[in-house]
Design a protein around this ligand. Structure first.
Ligand code: HXC
Ligand code: NAP
Length: 283
């Protein structure tokens, strides 16, 4: 789909890049010529992730930094260390997240805090700590924030995540305007369901729920990681220099399927539905 050197000479930091979609994006970016830096809290996950990224990147070194994005000082220290060891990142992907299913009346203050601090504060911390360097040194940069489709509409049983992702979306759009003058662009991707161990073990209570879930998606299936990583590569690349402040949903049509008042007719067998429509027209 892309020239093999699409991201050559780019240094890309992916938060939470040791697993799931973050790792898939990091591998795709490395394959397209970028130098990758990943961070997360679990050193073993970073080490194994870096080995996969290095392989995808045709042997190019991948850098790892153990860091909790909730801690602003730690993030600032990490940015300084990245610049020293790997060079100045041109691209930041805020992918690290926390989430779990909970009835909101049972949620402890600490539970709300944990998710909002990772998602909303973590995104702010990484974005501001890196952009300060970009702005001071007049370096154009690109930020890609991974949100969710329910950042727009909210969702039951994931209230901390919905609040935090909505905040990240507002941050994306606000800074796209505020920092456009510095040549910094910010965009977001809102993924539908893409199987990962991290999301599935926290959000999908059973295999049966997963099968039922697919029926919500007009395309009738979950997303494939390569579909999302292609979109991410395009948005962060120099092929999309005028895309700024945009949020692209990649969800097989899931998020709009529930919105149309007559979309529930999809549940009827198509031949039967057409027969009903002919009868209505006739009468
Ligand atoms: C209720 C819970 C809970 C649960 C933790 N807590 N798990 N409350 N239900 N299942 C509460 C704890 O009681 C505690 O509050 C507080 O949250 C912090 O818990 P810790 O275990 O100390 O936190 P920590 O080790 O920092 O872990 C953070 C975490 C965890 C968010 C709770 O799940 C995590 O590390 N997640 C990272 C990866 C992840 O979530 N990936 C999924 C992303 S998928 P108290 O008050 O007792 O101290 C996604 C969108 C998917 O975002 C959309 C799919 C379609
Ligand atoms: P995942 O594998 O659990 O990824 C989350 C990553 O974030 C992990 O590598 C985790 O590593 C890291 N992380 C968590 N807390 C952190 C912290 N405090 N500091 C630094 N790193 C931290 O889940 P995923 O499904 O790939 O999710 C990736 C992104 O896609 C998230 O933003 C998620 O909201 C979004 N998303 C996913 C789906 C989906 O269907 N999978 C749908 C919509 C949106 P450590 O635990 O080692 O720190």
């Amino acid at each position: 789909m892309f020239e093999s050197d699409l991201l050559q000479n780019k240094i890309i930091l992916v938060t939470g890049g040791g697993s799931g979609l973050g790792l898939s994006m990091a591998k795709r970016f490395a394959d397209l010529g970028a130098t990758l830096v990943i961070c997360g809290r679990t050193p073993e996950r970073l080490t194994s992730g870096a080995a996969e990224i290095q392989q995808a990147g045709h042997g190019r070194e991948a850098f790892t930094f153990s860091c909790d994005v909730r801690d602003y000082q730690a993030v600032e220290r990490m940015m300084a260390a990245i610049i020293e060891k790997a060079g100045m990142p041109n691209i930041l992907v805020n992918n690290a997240a926390g989430n779990f299913l909970a009835a909101t009346e049972d949620l402890s203050p600490g539970g709300f805090d944990a998710v909002v601090k990772i998602v909303l504060y973590g995104t702010f911390n990484c974005t501001q700590a890196l952009a300060k360097h970009w702005i001071a040194q007049k370096i154009p940069g690109t930020v890609l924030n991974i949100v969710t489709t329910y950042a727009e509409n909210g969702s039951a049983f994931v209230v901390p995540s919905a609040c935090a992702k909505a905040g990240v979306l507002a941050m994306t759009r606000s800074l796209a305007v505020e920092w456009g003058v510095y040549g910094i662009r910010l965009n977001a991707i809102a993924p539908g369901p893409f199987p990962t161990e991290g999301a599935w073990k926290r959000l999908f209570p059973s295999a049966e729920f997963g099968e039922q879930y697919k029926k919500r998606v007009p395309l009738g299936r979950f997303g494939e990681h390569s579909e999302l990583t292609n979109l991410a590569a395009f948005l962060v690349s120099d092929g999309a220099p005028y895309v700024n402040g945009e949020c692209v949903a990649i969800d097989g049509g899931e998020s709009i399927a529930g919105a149309g008042q007559f979309s529930q007719l999809m549940q009827l067998e198509r031949g039967m539905l057409k027969k009903m429509m002919r009868q209505m027209r006739g009468s």
